[in-house]
Ligand binder design. Structure first.
Ligand code: CO
Ligand code: CO
Length: 304
């Protein structure tokens, strides 16, 4: 628990460990079917992050039965099941309750060989860092609530959030990596600080190479920042050095809480280009090398 690892791991034998994780939340998109897909992709991500293979899942449903049409719930569950099918995961059960606010998610169990477990504490000085999805979905979702986002932008970020991290995970295991985490609620900088602190390294980020949705920068300029973004900045700022010339709206994007964000992978420099090529071949087109681990200052992220 201390290291804020992405999921819980229990060794069954010398060859087999189980990974368990749970995640659920209130709708972040209007389309119930897409919300189901995103919630499932998000819950599955922590298994992929640790280099595991998800096997089974259980639905968690909180639904206001008196105020919402049951067809909405059916669409959410259909989205979740379709995503599980894509991930070759078997739905083995679940639990639902009547609640004032709609929430959906999954608890997921996966497996990994104990020696192949990937954590957020193995980064070494000299490692390169690869980020596999663009940032900015939290800011854009906030702007969606303000009614100012074009339909094609909504479609683009919805698709991004619904995309599984399965390919990135498989490829990182093939190539061999030192550490990984996924970018979710604490934002890119929050999760990068956690990685730096758990690995006892510093991390230098080259902001110009960090992939993000340009719309996120624009909406941040207009003030569409989710509450979590400010909390992330407050909490992680003591461990982050951002060059003074970096504009505030770019800083906002780096602190923006993500739903079902990408993997942040640390690996030897000679392997980084190889993994990047393979990711792009596999359709993970936005993946980019965004920085490196350094020996000092430990536990600090320097972004410029
Ligand atoms: Co995670
Ligand atoms: Co999680």
């Amino acid at each position: 628990m201390d290291s804020l690892d992405d999921a819980g791991v229990y060794k069954l034998t010398d060859e087999l460990a189980i990974i368990q994780t749970i995640d659920f939340f209130t709708p972040i998109v209007d389309d119930p079917y897409m919300f189901g897909q995103i919630a499932a992709a998000n819950a599955l991500s922590d298994i992929y992050t640790m280099g595991g293979k998800p096997l089974t899942a259980m639905n968690i449903v909180c639904f206001p039965i008196a105020s919402l049409d049951i067809s909405i719930l059916k669409d959410i569950l259909r989205g979740g099941i379709d995503k599980m099918r894509e991930a070759k995961v078997t739905l083995v059960g679940g639990h639902s309750i009547d609640d004032t606010e709609l929430k959906y998610g999954l608890s997921v169990t996966g497996t990994v060989h104990p020696k192949q477990l990937v954590t957020n504490s193995g980064a070494k000085a000299g490692d390169k860092l690869i980020l596999t999805k663009p940032l900015g979905t939290g800011i854009i979702n906030t702007a969606v609530k303000g009614g100012v986002v074009e339909e094609q932008t909504v479609t683009k970020i919805t698709k991004c959030m619904a995309t599984l991290n399965d390919k990135a995970s498989e490829l990182m295991q093939e190539v061999g990596v030192h550490a990984c985490t996924d970018i979710t609620g604490f934002g890119f900088l929050g999760h990068t600080v956690q990685l730096a602190q758990n690995s006892q390294v510093g991390i230098n980020v080259d902001i110009a190479s960090v992939p993000f949705f340009p719309e996120a920068g624009e909406f941040a300029k207009q003030g569409f920042c989710p509450g979590g973004l400010h909390r992330n900045r407050e909490f992680y700022s003591p461990y982050v050095k951002i060059a003074s010339e970096v504009p505030t709206h770019i800083e906002d994007v780096l602190f923006d809480p993500q739903t079902s964000g990408g993997l942040l992978i640390c690996l030897e420099p000679r392997k980084a280009e190889l993994l990047l090529d393979r990711l792009r071949e596999a359709g993970v087109e936005e993946a980019a090398i965004i920085g490196e681990a350094v020996s000092e200052p430990r536990g600090v992220v320097t972004a410029k």
